[in-house]
Design a binder for this molecule. Sequence first.
Ligand SMILES: *Cc1c(COP(=O)(O)O)cnc(C)c1O
Ligand SMILES: [Zn+2]
Length: 408
Amino acid sequence: MESLATGLRCVWCAAESPLDYLIECSRCQGLLELHYDLTEGAKRGPSMLSGGTLWRYAAFLPIRDPAHRVSLGEGQTPLLEAPRLAAVLGVRRLLLKFEGSNPTGTVKDRSSATAVAAARQFGYPAISVVSTGNAGSSIAAYASRAGLRAFIFCYERASPPKLAHMAACASDLIFYQGVYDDLITIWDRVIQELPIFDGGASRNAYKQEGKKTLAYEWAEQTDFHLPATLVLPVAVGEVFIAAWRGLSEMSRMGWIERVPRLVAAQSARSNPVVTAFNEGRALTPLKIGYTVAEGLACGNPERKGEWVLKILRESGGLAADAEDEEILEAQRLLAHTEGIYAGPTGCATLAVLVNLLRAKQIDPDEPIGCVISETGLKSEVTPVRPQGIIPTYEGVKTLLLERLAQAP
Ligand SMILES: *Cc1c(COP(=O)(O)O)cnc(C)c1O
Ligand SMILES: [Zn+2]
């Protein structure tokens, strides 16, 4: 299936542009979003989708030539019923979209696939990104896969597994001091002056677009009957905006009856969107420090943050945050009740859900969906210090008999 993309449109002033490599509106510097021939999608219906990976949704992605596509087998992540966790939380039905099964273990692979494919489409031999770890390892992997050079700027305090992953895949790994916000404004300026494709989250519509497939997949996995409420993580806002875009497109094509209510979840130590939303005012940049939800550490999401607020306000969404301790507790609970080992960033949504249920802001009787955006295998861990038993037949058998007699 060929791409149905028809052009770019400014989110702010609605000025239209052709499908070129533009990262902001030439009239007002606003953010651009992609547009598609949805009449065709409405006519053909969901049966038009075929094949696996993210490119199953190629019709709704902006890559024209299939030769430019790149894949490591991303997408098609499991949508898991979580009955034991639902019982603990006191909700009727909980569905978890586990993005940890993507090739580099996070939701970022969806946008890396379209970013690197778009870099190829527009003839760029190199791509760059500023990262707290996940975006860096994902862009590096997809760039390698496509034979592109990757300039990865990474946060010094990224977890050792993420550092090792980036060091293995990136052609050029550069560390920076401070937090994401300290570098991103400078990098955004420099990158547009060089022959390097913008793999960052601030502006590039082509990059963000891949994350839209999360919504398409989720809809397909529920036979187009999505849960009433979906909880999504927000750092810069790509996952949230892209999911919203996917849901809106499906709604306009008549594939889904209504768009679920969206909840923007942030870490309490990095919560500019939640603060602005709850105080009913414009986005104000925050000076932030460390949070265990490393992937959500962004105090100044700029125009993307404003876009998230616009969506929340126009659609009647919700925004809430959780403290680091609550996030770590949610991580333990998820692993213990459902066997899903996710990193703290990936569990922020769950911690926020717990808080919203406690505050009675979400109805426990309606189905709830939650994105678990990363694996736990890329996070720094507190070492487990085992004390081994001396293995003997009698010893092992006695031990197990004793344990069986105890409560779990
Ligand atoms: C980057 C990231 C997010 C959220 O990112 P946005 O910038 O809001 O799109 C969520 N979860 C994980 C694991 C991430 O790496
Ligand atoms: Zn504009």
